[in-house]
Design a binder for this molecule. Structure first.
Ligand code: OFO
Length: 162
Protein backbone atom coordinates (compact mmCIF):
# COMPACT_ATOMS: atom_id res chain seq x y z
CA UNK A 1 0.00 0.00 0.00
CA UNK A 2 1.10 3.56 -0.61
CA UNK A 3 0.45 6.07 2.18
CA UNK A 4 -2.44 8.53 1.74
CA UNK A 5 0.11 11.34 1.35
CA UNK A 6 2.02 9.49 -1.34
CA UNK A 7 -1.24 8.51 -3.04
CA UNK A 8 -2.25 12.18 -3.24
CA UNK A 9 1.17 13.25 -4.51
CA UNK A 10 1.20 10.55 -7.20
CA UNK A 11 -2.30 11.51 -8.30
CA UNK A 12 -1.08 15.10 -8.67
CA UNK A 13 1.83 13.88 -10.75
CA UNK A 14 -0.51 11.94 -13.05
CA UNK A 15 -2.22 15.27 -13.66
CA UNK A 16 1.13 17.01 -14.32
CA UNK A 17 2.00 14.37 -16.90
CA UNK A 18 -1.36 14.72 -18.63
CA UNK A 19 -0.84 18.48 -18.62
CA UNK A 20 2.60 17.95 -20.23
CA UNK A 21 0.91 15.84 -22.92
CA UNK A 22 -1.71 18.54 -23.44
CA UNK A 23 0.91 21.29 -23.64
CA UNK A 24 2.90 19.45 -26.30
CA UNK A 25 -0.21 18.56 -28.24
CA UNK A 26 -1.13 22.23 -28.23
CA UNK A 27 2.37 23.18 -29.34
CA UNK A 28 2.27 20.55 -32.10
CA UNK A 29 -0.83 22.36 -33.40
CA UNK A 30 1.03 25.69 -33.31
CA UNK A 31 3.81 24.26 -35.50
CA UNK A 32 1.38 22.51 -37.87
CA UNK A 33 -0.24 25.87 -38.46
CA UNK A 34 3.16 27.18 -39.55
CA UNK A 35 3.71 24.18 -41.83
CA UNK A 36 6.71 23.12 -39.78
CA UNK A 37 5.75 19.45 -39.83
CA UNK A 38 9.07 18.19 -38.47
CA UNK A 39 8.51 20.21 -35.29
CA UNK A 40 4.92 18.96 -35.31
CA UNK A 41 6.18 15.36 -35.51
CA UNK A 42 8.66 15.80 -32.66
CA UNK A 43 6.00 17.29 -30.39
CA UNK A 44 3.38 14.72 -31.35
CA UNK A 45 5.81 11.92 -30.40
CA UNK A 46 6.51 13.81 -27.18
CA UNK A 47 2.78 14.05 -26.49
CA UNK A 48 2.58 10.24 -26.63
CA UNK A 49 5.61 9.94 -24.34
CA UNK A 50 3.90 12.13 -21.77
CA UNK A 51 0.77 10.01 -21.95
CA UNK A 52 2.93 6.97 -21.22
CA UNK A 53 4.46 8.82 -18.23
CA UNK A 54 0.97 9.41 -16.83
CA UNK A 55 -0.05 5.80 -17.50
CA UNK A 56 3.00 4.41 -15.76
CA UNK A 57 2.13 6.17 -12.48
CA UNK A 58 -1.55 5.32 -12.92
CA UNK A 59 -0.79 1.60 -13.25
CA UNK A 60 1.67 1.74 -10.36
CA UNK A 61 -0.93 3.30 -8.06
CA UNK A 62 -3.38 0.52 -8.91
CA UNK A 63 -0.73 -2.16 -8.38
CA UNK A 64 0.01 -0.78 -4.95
CA UNK A 65 -3.65 -0.71 -3.94
CA UNK A 66 -3.91 3.08 -4.22
CA UNK A 67 -6.93 5.04 -5.31
CA UNK A 68 -6.79 6.83 -8.66
CA UNK A 69 -8.17 10.36 -8.49
CA UNK A 70 -8.08 12.07 -11.88
CA UNK A 71 -8.19 15.86 -11.77
CA UNK A 72 -9.11 18.49 -14.35
CA UNK A 73 -6.32 19.29 -16.79
CA UNK A 74 -5.66 23.00 -17.06
CA UNK A 75 -5.71 24.72 -20.43
CA UNK A 76 -2.26 24.90 -22.03
CA UNK A 77 -0.84 27.88 -23.92
CA UNK A 78 -1.54 27.72 -27.62
CA UNK A 79 0.49 30.57 -29.02
CA UNK A 80 4.15 31.51 -28.90
CA UNK A 81 6.08 34.40 -30.40
CA UNK A 82 8.36 32.11 -32.42
CA UNK A 83 9.83 28.57 -32.36
CA UNK A 84 12.58 29.70 -30.00
CA UNK A 85 10.06 30.94 -27.45
CA UNK A 86 8.12 27.68 -27.80
CA UNK A 87 11.17 25.54 -27.09
CA UNK A 88 12.27 27.80 -24.24
CA UNK A 89 8.91 27.00 -22.69
CA UNK A 90 9.43 23.25 -23.31
CA UNK A 91 12.73 23.46 -21.44
CA UNK A 92 11.21 25.49 -18.59
CA UNK A 93 8.35 23.06 -18.30
CA UNK A 94 10.68 20.06 -18.18
CA UNK A 95 12.74 21.77 -15.46
CA UNK A 96 9.54 22.30 -13.51
CA UNK A 97 8.64 18.59 -13.92
CA UNK A 98 12.11 17.62 -12.72
CA UNK A 99 11.56 19.69 -9.56
CA UNK A 100 8.19 17.96 -9.01
CA UNK A 101 9.78 14.50 -9.39
CA UNK A 102 12.54 15.47 -6.97
CA UNK A 103 9.92 16.53 -4.42
CA UNK A 104 8.14 13.21 -4.87
CA UNK A 105 11.44 11.41 -4.28
CA UNK A 106 11.99 13.44 -1.10
CA UNK A 107 8.58 12.34 0.14
CA UNK A 108 9.21 8.68 -0.76
CA UNK A 109 12.55 8.84 1.09
CA UNK A 110 10.93 10.37 4.17
CA UNK A 111 8.35 7.60 4.13
CA UNK A 112 10.97 4.92 3.39
CA UNK A 113 8.73 3.83 0.52
CA UNK A 114 11.30 1.88 -1.47
CA UNK A 115 8.97 0.71 -4.22
CA UNK A 116 7.94 4.29 -5.01
CA UNK A 117 11.59 5.36 -4.85
CA UNK A 118 12.38 2.74 -7.47
CA UNK A 119 9.54 3.99 -9.70
CA UNK A 120 10.69 7.59 -9.28
CA UNK A 121 14.29 6.74 -10.14
CA UNK A 122 13.04 5.89 -13.63
CA UNK A 123 11.50 9.40 -13.89
CA UNK A 124 14.66 11.04 -12.58
CA UNK A 125 16.68 9.37 -15.34
CA UNK A 126 14.01 10.21 -17.90
CA UNK A 127 14.09 13.89 -16.91
CA UNK A 128 17.84 14.09 -17.61
CA UNK A 129 17.07 13.01 -21.18
CA UNK A 130 14.00 15.22 -21.55
CA UNK A 131 15.84 18.36 -20.43
CA UNK A 132 18.83 17.55 -22.63
CA UNK A 133 16.60 17.04 -25.70
CA UNK A 134 14.78 20.34 -25.20
CA UNK A 135 18.06 22.13 -24.48
CA UNK A 136 19.66 20.78 -27.67
CA UNK A 137 16.78 21.95 -29.88
CA UNK A 138 16.69 25.35 -28.17
CA UNK A 139 20.47 25.76 -28.67
CA UNK A 140 20.06 25.08 -32.40
CA UNK A 141 17.21 27.59 -32.66
CA UNK A 142 19.34 30.18 -30.91
CA UNK A 143 22.22 29.45 -33.26
CA UNK A 144 20.24 29.99 -36.48
CA UNK A 145 18.69 33.27 -35.33
CA UNK A 146 16.20 34.46 -37.95
CA UNK A 147 17.43 32.38 -40.90
CA UNK A 148 14.55 30.46 -42.53
CA UNK A 149 16.99 28.01 -44.14
CA UNK A 150 18.28 27.02 -40.70
CA UNK A 151 14.74 26.57 -39.42
CA UNK A 152 13.90 24.26 -42.32
CA UNK A 153 17.05 22.25 -41.63
CA UNK A 154 16.01 21.71 -37.99
CA UNK A 155 12.49 20.90 -39.17
CA UNK A 156 13.86 18.14 -41.43
CA UNK A 157 15.89 16.75 -38.56
CA UNK A 158 12.93 16.71 -36.15
CA UNK A 159 10.83 14.89 -38.76
CA UNK A 160 13.05 11.82 -38.15
CA UNK A 161 11.88 11.27 -34.57
CA UNK A 162 9.84 8.11 -34.16
FE1 OFO B 1 8.36 15.55 -20.22
O1 OFO B 1 8.52 14.24 -18.90
FE2 OFO B 1 6.90 13.69 -18.30
O2 OFO B 1 6.27 15.34 -17.91
Amino acid sequence: MVSPKMEEALNKQINEEFYSAYLYLSMAGYFAEKNLMGFFNWLFVQYHEELSHAEKIYKYLIERGGKVNLMAIKQPDYNWKDPKEAFASVLNHEKYITSRINELMDLAETEKDRATMSLLQWYINEQVEEEANAQAILAKLEMIGDQPAGLLMIDRELAQRK
